[in-house]
Design a protein around this ligand. Structure first.
Ligand SMILES: [Cu+2]
Length: 125
């Protein structure tokens, strides 16, 4: 009796875990970034590009950029990249000055879940 109850409980837990795992599979996840995480860019950086595993809603996705700890802008909406619904673009008004940058991004994935992350990179003098 006891052993059987334990088996049922285990099966129930496995089932619940499977249910919880399913939505995570549907999220868009960041595949790569340009400039890349931890990189030191040498040429002029005039845009930041985030590439996801699947579609993202640019108009509902935002970013905050800081340089050397100073906020440059906050919650700016991304633009959609032409012909690629999985790419978010931030076009910058001018090339980034040398320094150490942090981009805190929030993206609305097509399954309506928000995903977020942080990208750190540097621009060389
Ligand atoms: Cu999701």
């Amino acid at each position: 009796m006891r052993g059987r109850g334990r088996f049922t409980r285990r099966a129930g837990l496995a089932f619940a875990a499977a249910l919880l795992a399913t939505p995570a599979l549907a999220h868009s996840t960041l595949r790569r970034a340009s400039p890349a995480e931890g990189s030191r860019a040498r040429g002029p950086v005039t845009e930041i590009r985030l590439t996801f595993s699947q579609g993202v809603e640019a108009a509902l996705s935002t970013a905050t950029l800081t340089r050397d700890g100073q906020k440059m802008f906050e919650n700016r909406a991304f633009e959609a990249a032409p012909n690629d619904g999985a790419v978010l673009l931030l076009r910058l008004p001018e090339a980034l000055a040398p320094g150490s940058y942090r981009l805190d991004w929030r993206a609305m994935s097509i399954d309506t879940h928000m995903v977020q992350g942080r990208l750190g990179f540097a621009v060389a003098p």
